[in-house]
Design a protein around this ligand. Structure first.
Ligand code: 8YV
Length: 309
């Protein structure tokens, strides 16, 4: 029987399914550190997620680790370099969540511009009889800038055609064959954009990519939408730009220190705040679980994961 170290809990269904077929050590439960130390030699596989990750320190403790199988497309919390140095395979769950994350990104574009959540709060608070909400911003026909034209960025771009939007994107390199205009300079893209949607990977390479200068280029009429990672935006700079009215609004699904959301953001009416739910639909989470199990099964059969990072 394979000995699996599961870093954090996923759905009940997933936890049960994994434990039914394998010996599972639950890292999040009390006493797990001692248990891991006791079984360190026997652990072949780590099962984790984008949220729980896997540190170099943990990898170092497991001399016979052969694979890190992760739930989620983003793997910035996994020390992939430490894994590669030991020939440990790492898999994620790409593609199956593209539609869901793109839907949510578009939802945030529309909600932030049209103030849907704000208007909902207004009605629920019984304020309608005594006034109205301020006029909102139109979405259709506007300019959509995408930071990170990967699989999710492409899916967001596709959504925009129904809204007659123009699309341009920024990446480290132009995407070959892309139908959309490439902008090598992020500041120029932000200046051009009405909406700047972030769909790039997290990690050191994109840390604080969206800084004060980019936010100022987007400007007091611009809206930033983040469905990538909280680390991509300099969060204090974002809070400052919003509170000083230098930025038009923000639709956020991710934050620098989840699950903590700065109070200053909660106090702003032109900000929509979601609790990292980009992939959180029944259909997509099931597809992610199935892909994780497929990676595990194929790895145990052939020694190679299906969707390596
Ligand atoms: C998951 C995500 O919620 O796929 C990702 O990278 O951020 C989300 O889909 C997360 O990975 C689960 O921890």
């Amino acid at each position: 029987m394979t000995c699996i170290l599961q870093i954090g809990p996923l759905t009940e269904r997933f936890n049960r399914g994994l434990a039914a077929e394998h010996e599972v050590l639950r890292f999040w439960e009390e006493g797990a550190d001692a248990l891991v130390a006791q079984h360190a030699q026997r652990i072949d596989v780590v099962v984790t997620s984008g949220r729980f990750g896997c540190t170099a320190a943990l990898i170092e403790q497991l001399p016979n680790l052969r694979a890190i199988i992760s739930f989620g497309v983003g793997y910035d919390a996994i020390d992939v370099a430490a894994a590669r140095a030991r020939n440990i395979q790492v898999s994620n769950t790409p593609d199956v969540l593209n539609d869901c994350v793109a839907d949510l990104a578009f939802g945030l574009v529309i909600d932030t511009a049209r103030q849907i959540s704000r208007a909902d709060r207004f009605v629920r608070a019984g304020e309608w009889p005594s006034g109205g909400v301020p006029l909102a911003k139109q979405v259709s026909g506007k300019r959509l800038g995408i930071v990170g034209m990967g699989r999710i960025g492409e899916t967001v771009a596709k959504r925009s055609s129904g809204f007659d939007m123009q699309v341009r994107y920024h990446n480290r390199r132009p995407v070959e064959g892309s139908a959309y205009g490439y902008e090598a300079n992020l500041i120029e893209l932000a200046k051009w954009s009405d909406f700047l949607v972030l769909t790039c990977p997290g990690g050191e390479s994109t840390r604080h990519l969206i800084n004060r200068d980019v936010l100022d280029a987007l400007g007091s009429k611009g809206i930033v939408v983040n469905v990538a990672r909280g680390t991509v935006i300099d969060e204090p700079a974002l809070v400052e730009a919003l509170t000083q009215g230098r930025l038009g609004g923000a639709g956020l699904d991710v934050y620098a220190h989840e699950p903590n959301v700065p109070q200053a953001l909660m106090d702003l009416p032109n900000v929509v705040l979601l609790p990292h739910i980009g992939s959180a639909t029944e259909e997509t989470r099931l597809a992610m679980e199935e892909l994780l199990f497929a990676n595990l099964r194929v790895f145990l059969e052939r020694g190679e994961v299906l969707t390596a990072v």
